[in-house]
Design a protein around this ligand. Sequence first.
Ligand SMILES: [Zn+2]
Length: 142
Amino acid sequence: MIALTDAHRDAINRHAVADHPEECCGLLLGTFGDEGRKVVRDVLPISNAREGEARHNRFLIGPMEMLRGEREARARGLDVVGIYHSHPDCPAVPSQFDLDHAWPAYSYIIVTATAAGAGQMLSWELRDDRSGFDAEVVDALD
Ligand SMILES: [Zn+2]
């Protein structure tokens, strides 16, 4: 389960719509709680800083960016708890590419983005055997 506020949701949706028709991505900073519950405290957009890269690479967060994100999180007393990205004009369901590049333990929030606005937002967790993703409950935080 992952919990986030309406403001976090809005920030992800705005990023997804701004980058449409390209994919956007960013990190979810927060805390790991009991029984796998994650609480988001901040969102860190990444793809806006990457002009001119191939669209299919935009979701890919490299080791250096991950390291920077971890440092940024730690400076605020937080952890990287997940990654968000958009699926322009496609369902918010992980692709084979997403599966091939997923990291364990993180939440994967995917939002559908269209020219008219943001659509469905779903969160996913990688199975331990990497055979696929399981849908994760997204909880509202005050
Ligand atoms: Zn994807």
